[in-house]
Write a protein that binds this ligand. Structure first.
Ligand SMILES: *[C@@H]1O[C@H](CO)[C@@H](O)[C@H](O)[C@H]1NC(C)=O
Ligand SMILES: *[C@@H]1O[C@H](CO)[C@@H](O)[C@H](O)[C@H]1NC(C)=O
Length: 423
């Protein structure tokens, strides 16, 4: 096994679908709508040959890289060189310099846009959901950027949604008490699944290894695994939290599900792939009574930081980064970064390509109407970049798969597309 292979392996395992990450196959195959970034192509070329592996295999690989480090050095020299070749000799700040606004979408203006998400492995396709009861799918090229299709049917605010791995369907949750499954080509609602308790649905996510299954969280504290090809609840696939279920994230292998509630607790669940059953494992109270508005899981955050990690927004005026220390999902606080966050449902993400670079970047919305980029490996002056342009709290952020574009949404319904400077 070559070093190159070892190094790129974790990137192919990053969380897909719900938190801004690429698929292993070539992005937007054959499309040349944005300037191609050679280092990204290089990275992708390597990744194409790598298939999905198990959690154990990944841990083994992480260890292999670690063990090959020359004594006293931070990372294996050859791996560091390979990474430098892909990332170019830029610092993290140069990498995340943005040239400015590329486009503004205002179709949801006057209703907050709580979530937005680029499609998997497609840098031109973006979707968002709105409290106005609709979702929209936007294409960013060929220019001009346009709203391709509007998903209409929910009878209440849309709280969350997720792209399937192949981008052919979107699932969405609403305060109208239904989960809806949409065809993303024509915008047709394929299926509607009512919450058995008739309560508001607040969040949803796909099981990354089996897109027939989604998990839904409601306002009566319940989590439920739903088989979307039948619309039926999965037996043994439900559990109860201590509050309204606000946030969900699977780890990349689909083995652990994380769920956060409005009372300040994060729970880990072990997911049985064969049956869809959930087993409650660990609970962490971040801050009693402070809603957990966002959870993102990542297997490997940078060359220097090998631990699986969770990025959390918890209404504590900080963005929190936890280390996952065992197979049951025990968490240990690693870092925190100051932001304005007291009450809004803010979200944050890991940058999709960070594994190839020195340092590692996370991006978050903030109630001061700015988007913040932090380097998780920098001890002082962790702010890498700050984007100003929104006129209300920034609720969600999403990178496209090659990081050429970042999208952000706010409480006023504005969606801004930011373009990264090409070096
Ligand atoms: C989903 O279910 C269909 C049958 O309804 C099956 O053909 C397909 O293989 C399943 N997909 C996965 C990922 O299990
Ligand atoms: C989901 O439903 C499909 C179609 O009936 C079935 O083939 C599959 O086994 C179900 N999956 C689970 C985990 O129940």
């Amino acid at each position: 096994m070559t070093l190159r292979f070892i190094f790129v392996f974790p990137a192919s395992l990053c969380v897909r679908g719900s938190h801004g990450c690429c698929l292993a196959a070539g992005a937007g195959s054959g499309r040349k709508d944005f300037e191609e970034d050679p280092r990204v192509q290089g990275a992708r070329g390597h990744r194409r040959s790598v298939s999905r592996g198990s959690y154990q295999l990944q841990a083994q690989m992480n260890r292999a890289v670690y063990d090959e480090r020359p004594p006293g050095s931070l990372v294996p020299t050859s791996v560091a060189e390979a990474s430098r070749a892909m990332a170019g000799d830029t610092t993290l700040s140069e990498n995340y310099a943005f040239a400015g606004m590329h486009h503004i979408f205002d179709q949801h203006v006057d209703s907050a846009v709580p979530r937005l998400q680029f499609a998997n492995d497609d840098k031109r396709l973006l979707a968002c959901c709105s409290l106005d009861g609709t979702l929209s799918i936007m294409t960013l090229s060929p220019p001009p950027p346009t709203v391709k299709v509007t998903l209409k049917g929910h009878a209440g605010p849309v709280t969350d949604f997720a792209w399937s791995l192949s981008n052919d369907i979107i699932v969405s949750t609403s305060k109208d008490g239904t989960l809806r499954i949409w065809n993303t080509e024509d915008g047709r609602c394929i299926r509607e699944v009512a919450d058995p308790e008739g309560s508001e649905l607040l969040c949803c996510t796909f099981q990354p290894m089996n897109n027939n299954l989604t998990v839904v969280g409601n306002s009566k504290h319940h989590l439920q695994v739903v088989n979307i090809s039948t619309g039926k609840k999965v037996k043994g696939g439900s559990s109860k939290l201590t509050g309204r279920v606000l946030s969900l994230s699977f780890d990349a292998p689909g083995r652990i599900l994380w769920a956060g509630d409005d009372r300040g607790s994060i729970f880990s669940f072990l997911f049985d792939m064969a049956t869809g059953k959930l087993t409650k494992a660990k609970r962490l109270v971040v801050n009693e009574g402070s809603p957990i508005s966002s959870i993102s899981a990542r297997s490997w955050i940078s060359r220097e930081a090998r631990d699986p990690s969770l990025l959390i927004n918890a209404c504590v005026n900080k963005l929190l980064l936890y280390r996952v220390v065992d197979n049951e999902g025990t968490l240990q606080l690693k870092r925190s970064f100051p932001i304005q966050h007291g009450s809004q449902p803010l979200h944050s993400i890991f940058c999709p390509l960070m594994s190839f670079r020195q340092g590692a970047c996370v991006v978050t919305g903030s109630e001061d109407a700015c988007v913040y980029f932090f380097d998780v490996e920098r001890n002082t002056k962790a702010i890498v970049n700050k984007l100003q342009g929104h006129s209300g709290p920034v609720l969600d952020v999403s990178f496209n798969c090659d990081e050429s574009l970042l999208a952000s949404s706010d409480t006023t319904g504005m969606v801004i597309i930011w373009r990264r400077e090409q070096k």
